[in-house]
Each structure stands twice: as C-alpha cells, then as structure tokens.
Design a protein around this ligand. Sequence first.
Ligand code: FCB
Length: 458
Amino acid sequence: MLTPAPRPGRPLFPTRFAWGAATSAYQVEGSPLADGAGPSNWHRFTHSPGRVLTGETGDVACDHYRRWRDDVALMRELGLTAYRFSVSWSRVLPTGAGAVNPKGLDFYRRLVDALCEAGIAPFVTLFHWDLPAALDDRGGWLNRDIAGWFAEYAEVMFRALDDRVAWWATLNEPWVVSDGGYLHGTLAPGHASPFEAPIASHNLLRAHAAALQAYRAAGRHEIGLVVNLEPKSASSSDPADLAAAARSDAYMNRQFLDPVFLGAYPDDLAEVFGEAWPSFAASDLAEIRQKIDFLGINYYTRGVMHHDPAAWPVSAAKVTQPDSVYTEMEWEVYPQGLRETLLWVRERYGDVPIYITENGAAFPDGVATDGAVSDSLRTAYLRDHLLAAHAAMQGGVDLRGYFVWSLLDNFEWNHGTSKRFGIVHVDFATQQRTPKDSARFYAEVIRTNGAVIGVSEG
Ligand code: FCB
C-alpha cells in the first residue's frame, strides 16, 4: 500500500535534524579475530552447524573492518550527517573484562576521527548483540556480575571517545536478545528457557543502568537506550484477542520501557511467564529507573494479534493482513504504525527526545547490468515512514533524527546475507558497493531536509 507521492514542498524537518544510516559491528565488520580481538558469542554461534539458515558466518560480512575508509567516503557522498554503528566489545576487551586491546580500540578511534573529518556525527551503540565469548562462558546475561563488566567496558569507551562522540546508546533491542537468545534460541547464545529469559532481560536493564551511572561520572554528552517497538492491536473485538494484544504489548513494548521510565515491570509479565517469573529486588528497579537523555526507537512493522495458545510465551500470534505489502522478513509494511508508536511513547512515558535509530526493509532488489539497482519498494517504504515521522512531530513528538537500516546490505544474523536491507547494494563475492535508487532518494531527502517529499503548503 503506497501513498501517492506528495508534491515537493517546504523542508519537513528542522535544520539540526540528524540524518543517518545504521549498522552493527558483527553484521558489517568481518575480521572477527583480527589484531588481538577475542571471539564473541555470535562468532561462536555462526560457527555452530545449523544455526544460520544459509550456513554462513560473519567472518567477512561487508569487510568493513578493512574497508571503513571507503565506507566513510560513501556516507559522505550520500550526504549523511550522522552514522550509527556499534562497538565489538570483544575487540576492545578480548575476554570481556580486564585487559584492553589497544589495537581494537584504535579501530574505533580511527573510524570516529574519519567520520568527524567528513562532517558525520558518530552515534555509538555499546552493545548490539555480540557479547565476548569469555563472558558467555561465565553465564553471559544470566550472571548478575555482567552489570559491572558492562559498565567497565563502557567506561573504557567513554574515556577513549566521548570528546568526539555526542550520542551513546547502551543496548540495542534488549527484547530481541532476551526473546531470541534466551527464550526461543534462534539467536546467540541459542538458549531456549522461559526461566532464563526474564533473568537475561533484568540483567540487560541492570547493565544499562550501570553504564548510565558510569557515563554521568565520565561523560559530557548524551546517553540513551535503543528499543524495538511494534504497535499491537487485536484482530477482533473478542475479549480473548484483546487480551492477546495486551499481553504482546506488555511483553515486547513495555517489558523494558516500563522499568526505565516507571520503575516497575508490567503486571502482565507474571501472567505470561507463570512460575518462571522471578521476584526482582526493589533496589534493582530503583537503579534501573534513571533518566535517559534520549530514547532510540527501531521501527519496522506492527502486530495484529489473535489468541493462539500454541504461540509461546504470550499465546498470541500475528494475523496476516491480506491487503498489505510484506517484506522479505514477512513483516507487514505499516507506516502509520510509526506515528502511532511515537505518539504512544510520548503519551505513556512523557516528553523524551527521540531518535528513530532503525527503520528500513528487506526486499528483493533488481540488479541491472549497468550497475543500477532499482528498489522502488524500499524507496516507497522510506518515504512513507518519513511522512509518518513528520506527522508524529506535528503531533508534538520531540523527534531529533532518523537512521535508515541499513547503510549496506549485510549479515542479517540467523538469515545470513539472504536478507538485504541496505540502501547500498553489496556484492558479497567482490565487496563492490553500489548505491541503490533508494540511496539516491535518501540523499535528496537529506539535501532538501525532506522538501523532496514534503506536501506543498502553498
Ligand atoms: C533489528 C536489528 C538489526 C537488524 C534489523 C533488521 O532488529 O537491530 O541489527 O537485524 O533488525
């Protein structure tokens, strides 16, 4: 469902709006063990048979660890004003805690320097799913000590880069780590236990809080948290479906934000997890409830839910919408949901500065012989979501920036390279980068601050 192209108008976004693209370390860097880096749990996971649907690993990915200069040049050509990337914890601290690997740290120093020289503001995520394998051996997110390990690592990064990095994010999508890594086992470390998932979630939040505290002592800029949100509605007015939608919302959207903003987990989670739901110390929740400087929201799709006892753990499953476009991930394209989500956050949690830290789509791209990559579905997706973001701003949301996922086609976790999210095409055999039509569109959006998609006001 594409909205008709509006006539070009005035800039839709404020002058200082951050226009970026996002990536993450394991998905683009490759060279996972180079220069003294330690292995991560994702390295281990992808090297275990059967874990990645295509059998691939992230050993090469986009080879960004060696091609970062070219990639920064590419970002500059597109006119990006910001770049969101993550740091590989085990490059900097090969065993997760203790000795720092100076060569690992230097990689990020050089990258940040090059970005600043190119006029691109670095937006650094400290944890985007790749955990040092040595810490996984000590229990990973199930070990309470991880809050201290994470704060120690965060402090190393703050000291090295806070003079040039103005935005820090502690965690990327803790819900996915808990749900995929500890409840269903589809992502690293591949555990499947209802008893483990709530503990992993809680320690993720404790680690976030510990890093925040470290930043208040060592940092001078802004720090926040990145979560993925999906508006959940019921497929019918049947009370069972309404309850299913409410449980899904509590599990995915409120599990992390309620503790951060309101200091308590949603009551529904005790119902969802039953005997596997532990009681958490009030002092932990008091620490978790700390002011963040901004909230990063990753938005891709929505969920229209119906009651389904077989769908574990929330007994709720998505209902396919016959009239909607679906991406290759089988995610419904639903731009209005971005506006709804942004307004919902403001209404429930108050007026916090927001960045859309990820938004994008995997579609099959047509690669022509002349090097052009036609991806009109992705261009339409971006345009419609930007209009929805603008509508939310008109509704009072303090939106400060937008990051497309992703700069490059990359290693999409357990899907390998089979799902392409980039606005820049990557030929994984040659590592050649080719901006897709959506990249040219996005460059125009940036150049005109949205006027290219803006509705004419006169
Ligand atoms: C998000 C992840 C990101 C990428 C996109 C498609 O959940 O943060 O790394 O995989 O989905």
